[in-house]
Design a protein around this ligand. Structure first.
Ligand code: G4P
Length: 287
């Protein structure tokens, strides 16, 4: 099934973000550390128009730390500071404010030189649905969560969230979709749970996952599922299906007649991947 990516969705979100950008000092772009480019809105550079930006690689608890380090370098090479975090557990979340302040330091210095007391930095969090924006905002705001009220020119109801006294946060206005019409991007998004797996065929997503795992994380499959023999030929679908069947058999996904229930096996594979049960897995690399 081909997924459609409607530019109309983007036009609306783009307009909503552009409207807010006038009030914003720094943008915090939240990506999924396991699939940084696939979880990125493809028009984000154009929309943000050179605003100072901090990239956060979220869900790093589930990502391969070595690959994440490569991504940090990839973004640094593009002039974008990137920080791996785990918003759910709060890991490295405390480093966000100092990093945002660094991006705004020149303005703060100017204000101080002029004898003006610097106001709180205004940051906009952007990210595709499910990347962890709400989780991060709750972590950043902690128990002191308080709306600072509408700022002039902002639609009523768009609340600013206070992060201590030094930063005010705004969530993505509108929905910033990933570009999931590219089949590989769609597979990565479905495997990680960023889009509903029903949008694609479940067994296709599981097959994609298994193929990637065999190629890069063979030991993860062997340890988790006790599958000893892994195929050498990545393009041999039959061999990959055999791995899925072996997993299904191990986990009791059997239908009458002793055949493996591939739908059930697919679900097991995808759930285990998302829960990090096969180890820390990245499904995209910067090369
Ligand atoms: P959004 O606002 O960007 O749409 O995303 P949201 O915060 O709702 O997070 C989406 C899902 O991702 C949530 O899981 C959340 O717990 C999980 N999540 C967010 N940050 C992290 C992280 O750093 N690591 C991990 N492992 N998970 C993270 P959920 O299944 O929808 O809900 P629940 O598991 O919290 O019940």
């Amino acid at each position: 099934m081909t997924i459609q990516w409607f530019p109309g969705h983007m036009t609306k979100a783009r307009r909503q973000i552009e409207e807010k950008l006038k009030l914003i000092d720094v943008v915090i772009e939240l990506l999924d550390a396991r699939i940084p480019l696939s979880s990125r809105n493809p028009m984000v550079d154009e929309i943000l128009k050179g605003k100072p930006r901090l990239v956060l690689l979220n869900k790093n608890d589930l990502a391969d730390p070595q690959v994440t380090a490569e991504w940090v370098k990839y973004f640094a090479d593009q002039g974008l500071p990137a920080l791996p975090i785990d918003a759910a557990n709060g890991t490295h979340v405390k480093e966000i404010l100092p990093r945002v302040k660094q991006l705004w330091a020149h303005k703060i210095e100017t204000m101080l030189r002029k004898g003006i007391n610097p106001r709180a930095i205004r940051a906009l969090i952007v990210g595709i649905p499910n990347v962890g924006k709400s989780t991060l905002i709750n972590q950043l705001a902690g128990k002191k969560i308080a709306a600072t009220g509408d700022k002039p020119g902002v639609t009523k109801g768009q609340q600013w969230i206070k992060v201590g006294t030094e930063m005010d946060l705004l969530d993505t206005p509108g929905i910033l979709w990933p570009k999931f019409e590219d089949q590989m991007v769609g597979m990565r998004l479905a495997a990680t749970g960023a889009i509903k797996e029903e949008l694609l065929h479940l067994d296709d997503v599981a097959l994609f996952t298994i193929k990637y795992m065999v190629q890069h994380y063979g030991a993860g499959i062997q340890e988790r599922f006790g599958v000893q023999e892994l195929p050498d030929d990545m393009d041999n679908i039959q061999e990959m299906v055999k791995v899925m069947e072996a997993i299904g058999r191990k986990r009791g996904a059997i239908v009458s007649g002793g055949k493996v229930d591939l739908d059930k096996a697919s679900l097991i594979i995808i759930r285990d991947l998302r829960a990090g049960k096969m180890g820390r897995i990245s499904l995209e690399r910067p090369f």
